[in-house]
Ligand binder design. Structure first.
Ligand code: NAP
Length: 532
C-alpha cells in the first residue's frame, strides 16, 4: 500500500522542481516534491566546489515570474558565486512557502505506471511509496555524477571528492598538494581558485578546452535601481535569443567583414562579460568549419599570449575540436594560473594515468604524491538521471531500455508508453541548450497549462503518439545536421560517458523555435497527444 496519495509528484527540488511545485499548487493540486539533498536549489545545492559560480549573468538566470522576488533580491555580482546562488534559492523557497511540500533526504529509486488507475507510484530509498496522477521529473540534465574509471580510486589515503558531491564544511588547501582531474567548465573554475592557496596544484588534463574570460564584476548598490528597471528588457532579450541569454548571434557571416573588422569584433567580445565571444559571435562559427577556424585561431593566439611557457600553452590549446563546438568554460585568470610556480600541468594524452594509489596518482612516467584529489569529471548527462531511477511505463517497460539507442521523446517532455509523466529539461527538450532557468519557466508553464486543460476536460490520462514522437526525434537531429556541436566528443553527444551511444541529447533549434512549437501544439488542443 502506498504511504501517501497526491495529485502530482515532482522528482527533484532544484530550479525546475521548485517552480513546478509553485505553479501546480496554484492550480489547487495536492503536490509533493521529493529531493535527494537536504536543501533546495539543485545544481546550486550540489555543486559547492571552490570557485563555483554562474557563467550566465546572475539577473538573467533568476526566476522572472515574480515581480516581488525580482524587486527584493539584489545580486552582488554580475556572475554570482555558489553561496549567493544557494541563498537565492532558499530565499525563493521561503518566499513561496515551498518547503512544506518538499520531502528532503528522499531519493526516488523507482517509479511505475499503474495502468488500471492511470497513476504513478514512486518508491523512495528506504521503501516508502507514494502515488499520484502525474509524475513530473525535474532531475536536472547534469545531476548524475560521473567518477572516472580509474583503478585504485578508493585506495587513496588522502581526501577526495567529486565536485558535485562537495562537503558543506569549508576546505582549506593551504600547505596541501592537490590534484585536479578534469578541465571542463567545472575543472577550470576549481583550478583557478585552488591555485590561489594550494602548496602544489597538479592538473591532470585529458583534452584541453577552449576557455574564454568571464569578465565578472561587482554590482554596486548605486547600480541596483537601473539594473532592476532593465529586467523587462533583459528577459525579452533572453526570450528572443537562440540560447536564452542576453547574447544574440550576429547574423552576418564572418566573411561579410574584413579581417581587421572581425579582429576588432573578437577583441571587443573577448573583453566583454559572459558568453558573447561564443553566443554573440558570427553565427557561422557554429556551422562552417572555415569560419570556425578563424575564431579558433584567435582564441589560440590569446592562450599563447597569456601562458608564458610555450610548451604549456601548447598543451592547453585543444587539438581535437574548434572553439564553441563544446560548452565553452568561462574563466578568470585560468591561463595565468599556469604561470605560477605552484601549478603543474600533466598531459594525460602523453602520459596517461595508470592508477590512483594510497599516496597519489601514478601516471605512465611518474608518481605524483598528493594530499587531496578533486574529480571534476562531469556527469552522465541529460539521460543519466533517468537511468538511475527504475522508471517503468505501460506493461512494465523500462525507460532506460526504451532509450538504449538514444532518447525518443515528444518535445523533450513526454515518451510513448509513459503516460502522465512530464519531463522538465528532458532529453531533446528546448531547455537543454539554454540559459536553463529561462527555458525552465517555459517548460513549467507549458506543463501547468496542459494539466489545467486536462482538468477542465476531466481527462485522466495523457500520452504522446508514436508518430509525434518519431517526428520530433527526427526534427531534433535535423536541427543539428549542419551544426559543429555534433563534431566534438562532449556531453552534448553523450560521448563523455563510457558505453553510451553517441547521439545528440539536446535540442539544436533554439529557444524561440522551441517555444513556438510548444505553443502551437497547445493551441491545436495538444496535437500529438492522446487524452482520455
Ligand atoms: P565535463 O565538461 O564533462 O568535463 C569533464 C572533464 O573531466 C573533462 O575535461 C574530461 O576530459 C575529464 N575526464 C573525464 N573522465 C576522465 C578520466 N577518466 N581521466 C581524466 N580526465 C577525465 O564536466 P564539467 O566540467 O563538470 O561540466 C559539465 C557541464 O556543467 C558544463 O559543460 C556546463 O554546462 C555545466 N557547468 C556549468 C557551470 C556554470 O554555469 N557556472 C559551471 C560548471 C559546469 P575529456 O574532455 O578529455 O573527456
Amino acid at each position: 500500500m502506498p504511504n501517501q496519495q497526491f495529485d502530482a509528484i515532482i522528482v527533484g527540488a532544484g530550479i525546475a522542481g521548485m517552480y513546478q511545485l509553485y505553479r501546480l499548487r496554484e492550480l489547487g493540486l495536492k503536490v509533493r516534491a521529493y529531493e535527494t539533498g537536504d536543501g533546495v536549489g539543485g545544481v546550486w545545492y550540489w555543486n559547492r566546489y571552490p570557485g563555483a559560480r554562474f557563467d550566465s549573468e546572475s539577473y538573467s538566470y533568476a526566476f522572472s515570474f515574480s515581480d516581488e522576488i525580482l524587486k527584493e533580491w539584489n545580486w552582488s555580482e554580475r556572475f554570482s558565486g555558489q553561496a549567493e546562488n544557494e541563498r537565492y534559492y532558499n530565499f525563493v523557497a521561503d518566499k513561496l512557502d515551498l518547503r512544506k511540500d518538499i520531502q528532503f533526504n528522499s531519493k526516488v529509486t523507482a517509479a511505475r505506471f499503474l495502468q488500471d488507475e492511470n497513476q504513478w507510484e514512486v518508491e523512495i530509498e528506504g521503501g516508502e511509496k507514494a502515488r499520484a496522477r502525474y509524475m513530473i521529473t525535474a532531475l536536472g540534465p547534469l545531476s548524475a555524477v560521473q567518477m572516472p574509471r580509474i583503478e585504485g580510486i578508493d585506495s587513496f589515503k588522502g581526501e577526495y571528492h567529486h565536485t558535485a558531491r562537495w562537503p558543506k564544511t569549508p576546505v582549506d588547501f593551504k600547505g596541501k598538494r592537490v590534484g585536479v582531474i578534469g578541465t571542463g567548465a567545472t575543472g577550470v573554475q576549481v583550478i583557478q581558485e585552488v591555485a590561489k592557496t594550494a602548496k602544489q596544484l597538479t592538473v591532470f588534463q585529458l583534452d584541453a578546452n577552449w576557455c574564454a574570460p568571464l569578465n565578472n564584476s561587482r554590482i554596486t548598490d548605486a547600480e541596483q535601481p537601473a539594473l532592476k528597471a532593465s529586467y523587462p528588457e533583459v528577459f525579452k532579450k533572453c526570450r528572443e535569443s537562440f540560447g536564452g541569454f542576453v547574447h544574440q548571434f550576429d547574423m552576418r557571416s564572418i566573411f561579410d567583414v574584413t579581417p581587421e573588422e572581425r579582429e576588432a569584433i573578437f577583441e571587443r567580445l573577448y573583453a566583454e562579460p559572459g558568453f558573447g565571444i561564443w553566443l554573440g559571435n558570427f553565427h557561422d562559427i557554429m556551422t562552417d568549419e572555415k569560419a570556425n577556424a578563424i575564431i579558433t585561431d584567435f582564441i589560440a593566439r590569446k592562450i599563447r599570449q597569456r601562458v608564458k611557457d610555450p610548451a604549456v600553452a601548447d598543451i592547453l590549446i585543444p587539438k581535437d575540436h574548434g572553439f564553441g563546438m563544446k560548452r565553452v568554460p568561462m574563466e578568470t585568470k585560468y591561463y595565468e594560473a599556469y604561470n605560477q610556480d605552484n601549478v603543474k600541468l600533466v598531459d594525460l594524452r602523453k602520459t596517461p594515468i595508470e592508477r590512483v594509489n594510497a599516496t597519489g596518482i601514478k601516471t605512465s612516467d611518474k608518481q605524483c604524491d598528493l594530499d587531496f584529489i578533486i574529480y571534476a569529471t562531469g556527469f552522465d548527462a541529460v539521460t543519466g538521471g533517468y537511468k538511475r531511477i527504475d522508471i517503468r511505463g505501460v506493461d512494465g517497460q523500462s525507460l532506460s531500455e526504451r532509450w538504449s539507442d538514444g532518447p525518443h521523446t515528444y518535445l523533450g517532455m513526454q515518451v510513448t508508453g509513459f503516460p502522465n509523466m512530464f519531463m522538465l529539461v528532458g532529453p531533446h527538450n528546448g531547455a537543454t541548450f539554454c540559459n536553463i532557468p529561462r527555458c525552465i519557466e517555459q517548460n513549467v508553464e507549458w506543463v501547468t497549462d496542459c494539466i489545467k486543460y486536462m482538468q477542465a476536460h476531466n481527462y485522466k490520462r495523457i500520452e504522446t503518439t508514436l508518430a509525434a514522437e518519431d517526428a520530433w526525434t527526427d526534427h531534433v537531429y535535423d536541427t543539428v545536421k549542419d551544426s559543429l556541436l555534433t563534431k566534438a566528443d562532449s556531453w552534448f553527444m553523450g560521448a563523455n560517458t563510457p558505453g553510451k551511444k553517441r547521439t545528440f541529447l539536446l535540442y539544436g533549434g533554439g529557444g524561440p523555435a522551441y517555444r513556438a512549437k510548444c505553443d502551437e501544439v497547445a493551441a491545436k488542443g495538444y496535437e500529438g497527444f492522446k487524452m482520455q
